[in-house]
Write a protein that binds this ligand. Structure first.
Ligand code: GLN
Length: 308
């Protein structure tokens, strides 16, 4: 299978559609991004890399970072995290508060904002916010094998200044006792995590352990156990695209995690880790062209987990 030809074709075929969707503007700094960009990168479990389009342009990975913070939290607190966050798709928007009251401040899953904020609270245990952010950054640099990856301070600041909804979620959960640290500290970690800036090439490399039973096939190091990798993939498949998760499974059929910066990390277990990026979002806040590109890729490679 000629993966380079496949990614080149996808870029060529999507060229006339560049700019589709709507760039997230509720975080003012993200509204500045040129919508007419598209990148794709595939890192295979054999260590081969295939890129096309704007695959070397850094972008704000936003909620894609929730996969890496969840991995870190599982390493730190283990299965105990499931007492404080569920594992069910929410069927509601990424920043929704509606289910939290009935469910006593326990978010449905770790990938909606409320769940990711609880995960930050768990990682913060025993640390100052700066230390937790530093640990997170070191972890992603280690996964991507790239020391140049950084956090975009302007994006973090922009979201700190306008993250009213996230403050509401955090305060609400704190009132139920499901946040143990100062709300400003927890959100400080969360906003910096979301402001991580990466290229498609770096992101596909960082996700590779999830395609290879939890071990990095290039360095040989074990990141998580095979069972844990399988479970993170299951959560990505069922919850990674919020209220668009069913549709993403229907069209693409791969575990995936989206972010409002327009990035998506998708995992083809046993085969490859794929990152796509295009800033324009569809109605549920997932990259419009990114989703189309992954559907094209899945159908041309036969990589859907549900069968070719
Ligand atoms: N930082 C964003 C927020 O909290 C992340 C949302 C997303 O990427 N879906 O609103």
């Amino acid at each position: 299978m000629d993966l380079q030809a496949i990614v080149d074709d996808i870029v060529r075929e999507l060229e006339p559609r560049l700019g589709e969707g709507k760039v997230a503007d509720y975080i003012p700094e993200l509204a500045k991004v040129d919508p007419k960009q598209f990148g794709i990168a595939i890192t295979t479990v054999d260590g081969d890399v295939f890129t096309a389009g704007d695959a070397a342009t850094p972008f704000s990975i936003q909620s894609v970072s929730k996969v890496f913070m969840l991995t870190l939290a599982l390493g730190k607190a283990g299965e105990a995290i499931w007492k404080r966050v569920g594992r069910e798709p929410s069927g509601t928007a990424f920043n929704s508060i509606v289910q939290l009251e009935h469910e006593h401040g326990i978010p449905r899953n770790p990938f909606i904002n409320a769940g990711a904020i609880v995960i930050c609270d768990l990682v913060l245990a025993g640390y100052k916010p700066k230390e937790a952010i530093g640990e997170f950054l070191r972890f992603v640099r280690y996964l991507a094998d790239d020391e140049t990856i950084s956090i975009d301070g302007a994006v973090a600041k922009s979201e700190t200044n306008t993250g009213y909804r996230n403050y509401a979620l955090a305060n609400f959960m704190r009132s139920f006792g499901n946040l143990h640290h100062d709300v400003d500290h927890v959100l400080g970690v969360y906003f910096h995590q979301c402001a991580l800036s990466m290229t498609c090439a770096q992101l596909s490399r960082a996700g590779l352990f999830l395609a290879a039973k939890g071990a990095d096939p290039i360095s040989g190091y074990s990141v998580v156990s095979p069972k844990r990798a399988r479970r993170i993939n299951a959560l990505m498949l069922t919850c990674g695209h919020y209220d668009g998760s069913g549709d993403f499974a229907f069209h693409v059929g791969l575990p995936g995690k989206s972010g409002v910066g327009g990035g998506i990390l998708a995992i083809a277990p046993g085969k490859a880790s794929i990152a796509v990026w295009s800033p324009g979002l569809n109605k549920v806040g997932n990259s419009a062209l990114g989703s189309v590109a992954l559907e094209m890729l899945a159908s041309r490679t036969g990589w859907s987990v549900f069968g070719a």
